[in-house]
Design a protein around this ligand. Structure first.
Ligand code: F3S
Length: 372
């Protein structure tokens, strides 16, 4: 990989963190045959929950000493920073999690603690990014037309400190061409869950039989990236680059449907984190009815702050609107037997990460279950 003189100097920097970060980026570039590094507009860092990274990750983070060259945002942590006791989080976990967060704060990372950074700081079409949350990566590439590969938490930190990332994969226009056309019927989250398993790392070109909401595409992308390696899709007539390439000849059909499942003792929505519109839809479906089961909704703290009335109304009906965390990365959901979700990504990870049974339905059936 070609390095400029300035980049070569960073490889010999007296600052050990800078040196290590450059080594990480060079190793990634060489492994992927990148010809050079390119500047990025932002980094989004995953691997924040103490539950995911443990003591080894915490120690590595605490060894970092550098300043960021580009703005960076942070994925959810293992608990709501204000309501962690209510979630049933242990004091020891809280302390370790706070040590992790203090490192990011010291480095200058924006403490967003959300997997939907695009609701807070939306990238522009064509921006190069170094993002490391699979659902946000698909969203940025597909719905915004920004360009990012699937970075790891470590390479996203390195990119935030160096301000660059290797130029390969989704950063290059021709690699964004669709490779298979897929007609989708039924629920999009359920279709995404199936499609990810079938398509692995294809770039699908989706054709829908009805108009679809942006939030449905968010759920579709998150599920695709969870069960497969998809980093981008096109949606005919919807996404910004759908007309830029020829439609692939190979065509398949996928129908997204649900099966009956276990009897939930927790219903949870907000994977990826809920948008203000999703909060509103939940309130409308509730129609003044109080919930009768535990019903947890996850969203970004900034979304809560900007929609306080809406959140207050939901809380008055018994919904718990948590921030900074989610049902998958927080150990709080492990204490339940059966969790109902409207997210293909949560469906995929909850049994593995939290060892719970999962029931899958759309947003309306989740809300109806919560009031039943
Ligand atoms: Fe976000 Fe957690 Fe789902 S990080 S995409 S809510 S698994």
């Amino acid at each position: 990989m070609h390095l400029t003189r300035e980049e070569e100097k960073l490889l010999e920097s007296e600052n050990e963190t800078v040196r290590r970060c450059m080594e990480i980026l060079v190793a990634e570039g060489e492994a992927n045959e990148a010809e050079r590094l390119i500047e990025v507009k932002s980094a989004h860092i995953s691997g924040v929950s103490y539950d995911n990274i443990g003591d080894a990750g915490l120690e590595w983070l605490e060894s970092l000493e550098a300043e960021l060259r580009v703005p960076a945002t942070l994925n959810p942590a293992g608990m709501d920073l204000e309501r962690w006791r209510e979630m049933g989080i242990e004091e020891e976990f809280y302390c370790k999690q706070m040590r992790i967060l203090r490192v990011f704060e010291r480095l200058g990372v924006r403490m967003t603690l959300t997997c939907t950074p695009y609701y807070l700081l939306k990238p522009n079409f064509g921006d190069h990014l170094a993002w490391s949350e699979s659902s946000a990566i698909v969203y940025a590439n597909s719905l915004i037309g920004a360009r990012t590969n699937r970075e790891s938490g470590v390479s996203a930190i390195a990119a935030a400190i160096i301000g660059k990332i290797p130029y390969y994969g989704m950063h290059i226009k021709e690699n964004r061409a669709p490779t298979i056309a897929v007609r989708i019927r039924g629920d999009l989250a359920a279709a995404g869950y199936e499609a990810g398993k079938m398509l692995r790392d294809e770039v699908p070109y989706f054709i829908f039989e009805r108009s679809v909401a942006e939030e449905e595409l968010k759920l579709l992308g998150a599920a695709l990236a969870a069960t497969g390696n998809t980093v981008m899709f096109h949606a005919e007539g919807v996404t910004p680059e759908w007309k830029d390439f020829n439609v692939p000849e190979e065509r398949i059909e996928i129908e997204g449907k649900f099966e009956k499942g276990c009897e939930p003792d927790l219903v949870t929505v907000g994977c990826p984190h809920a948008s203000p519109r999703e909060l509103e839809i939940i309130l409308n479906i509730l129609g003044g009815r109080k919930v009768r089961r535990e019903f947890w909704v996850f969203t970004a703290r900034e979304v809560v702050m900007k929609n306080q009335n809406l959140v207050k109304k939901l809380e008055e009906l018994g919904v718990k609107v948590f921030s900074d965390t989610c049902m998958v990365v927080s150990p709080a959901t492990s204490k339940f037997d059966c969790v109902m979700v409207n997210s293909g990504k949560a469906l995929h990870y909850l049994p593995k990460n939290r060892r719970v049974n999962v029931r899958f339905g759309d947003l309306r059936s989740c809300v109806e279950m919560a009031v039943s």
